[in-house]
Design a protein around this ligand. Structure first.
Ligand code: SF4
Length: 471
């Protein structure tokens, strides 16, 4: 039987198919963070159970800790420090590897899982964070789980899961100037809605995917969950192999050769059948930005908010009205020129080295507009160091950006860090939900270069004007 990439990985991991239609699936890696990891490990210990294979469980500090330079265990949010110290103590007791705050390998969980080659093609990886699908860029099945499932996975190396339907998105054509993987995924979600991949695992493929570098592939897979997909996957290719070569947890010697041979088989068979097929010509994709409170509220930056008449039903009109009310916008309002209060480049979506380079190319020789609070948090210590080695930090700070430490807190207003009520922020993150970056904060999602362009302009801007002017 022809198989999809997802079938091949899934079938290799099924321990037993259960009577209710679900399966017991072998889990290769569990990655914890301090917001729930210490709780899960404490609960596991209190139940008298142990981590079955500590070598396959990893942890980092990313969700609650502050991103201020010189930060320590203390956080802006009362009680946050306890999560950090509990994570540290329970990780030590359980014998798992922890990438602690000052570890040079520290960073946001999905970043370091890839940077360290803890996740490899063909593996099943879980973490108590929705964006574990990021690791699908390596050809692994990754998904977010709750604390009790986390305990189950650590105690048994298995999880009960129901095999999803399967969707493939074919990306054809070539990206235009100023258009990135972030624009591709926002365009896809804007076109087919935030529930477009509900109940499906999705594979990204086609010439435009092969052309993407690994960092851009992570961005694409990161937002599969914003399309309601169970996970997002890209078949490993030469770029994947080069990315993993020599990384700390990658196999070495003869085991590397054997692994690469195995990874070469991880692709959908030509005649594999998917439950749903979508196609996008990426030459149609413009620099894209969200106007509302869902990633599906994505439009070309040159467009505006929708007219209420564009909605088919009264419920949809009510949803549009509520979203515009929250965002302080009117129907048919152009986005370019909309004044902003903040600009943020960070998160597991778009704070890798190539993201910082693209933003720095816009910022170089320019200043952040007066009154704009602009912040950059590189996604890992390695990204931060590599950026500093290239002098990108100097470009950011000379323009007026704050240069912070890696962490999630500004992505979801944790650790007391965020933006203010009704402040309008252009952000390289993945969620623009109500209050995501602060109470009543208004978030517009965009690519890192578009965030930089907005920071300089003081308003939502077309990044192409800034890139053309610079060349
Ligand atoms: S940066 Fe945001 S989306 Fe990514 S892992 Fe952290 S909280 Fe989750």
């Amino acid at each position: 039987m022809p198989q999809t990439l997802f079938d091949k990985i899934w079938d290799r991991h099924v321990v037993r198919n259960l009577d209710d239609g679900s399966s017991l699936v072998y889990v290769d890696r569990v990655f914890l963070h301090e917001r729930t990891g210490g709780v899960a490990l404490t609960s596991l210990a209190e139940s008298g159970r142990k981590v079955r294979n500590p070598a396959q469980v990893f942890a980092t500090m990313d969700h609650i800790l502050d991103t201020y330079p010189g930060r320590g265990d203390a956080t802006e949010v009362p009680g946050g420090e306890a999560f950090i110290t509990t994570m540290r103590e329970t990780a030590r007791e359980a014998g798992i590897t922890l990438f602690d705050i000052n570890d040079p390998r520290h960073g946001i969980t999905h970043l370091i899982s890839a940077e360290q080659a803890i996740t490899l093609p063909g593996l099943v990886v879980v973490c108590p964070d929705s964006h574990t699908c990021t690791l699908g860029a390596l050809g692994a099945i990754g998904w977010g789980i709750g604390t009790s499932n986390c305990e189950h996975a650590m105690a048994t190396e298995t999880l009960r899961a129901r095999k999803p339907l399967q969707l493939v998105v074919e990306f054809n054509g070539e990206l235009a100037n100023g258009v990135t993987a972030k624009d591709m995924i926002l365009y896809l979600i804007g076109k087919y809605s935030a529930s477009g991949a509900a109940n499906h695992a999705m594979e990204f493929r086609g010439p435009a995917i092969s052309a993407l570098e690994m960092e851009a592939r992570f961005t694409l897979c990161n937002m599969a969950v914003e399309f309601s997909a169970f996970t997002g996957l890209i078949a490993p290719d030469d770029k994947t192999v080069s990315y993993l070569a020599g990384k700390p947890y990658a196999p070495a010697g003869a085991r590397w050769d054997e692994a690469v041979q195995n990874w070469r088989e991880l692709k959908s068979d030509d005649d594999a059948v998917f439950d749903k097929v979508l196609a996008v010509d990426v030459s149609d994709v413009p620099p894209t930005v969200t106007w509302g409170i869902s990633p599906q509220h994505a439009v070309a930056v040159t467009a505006g908010t929708p007219e209420l008449e564009s909605a088919d039903t009264s419920e949809q009109r009510a949803e549009l009205t509520q979203a515009m009310d929250y965002m302080g916008l009117k129907p048919g309002q152009p986005l370019i020129g909309l004044p902003i209060d903040g600009a943020f480049i960070g998160s597991c979506t778009n704070a890798r080295l190539s993201d910082l380079r693209s933003a720095a190319a816009v910022l170089k020789g320019r200043k952040v507009a007066d009154g704009i609070r602009a912040i950059c948090t590189p996604a890992s210590a390695q990204v931060k160091k590599a950026a500093e080695d290239e002098g990108l930090d100097q470009v950011f700070t000379a323009s007026g950006f704050e240069w912070r430490e890696p962490g999630c807190s500004l992505c979801f207003n944790a650790g007391g860090e965020g933006f203010g009520p009704e402040e309008r922020v252009v952000s390289s993150t993945n969620r623009n939900f109500r209050g995501r970056q602060g109470p009543r904060t208004r978030t517009h999602l965009a690519s890192p270069a578009s965030v930089a362009a907005a920071a300089v302009a003081g308003c939502i801007a077309d990044v192409r004007q800034y890139q053309e002017a610079a060349t």
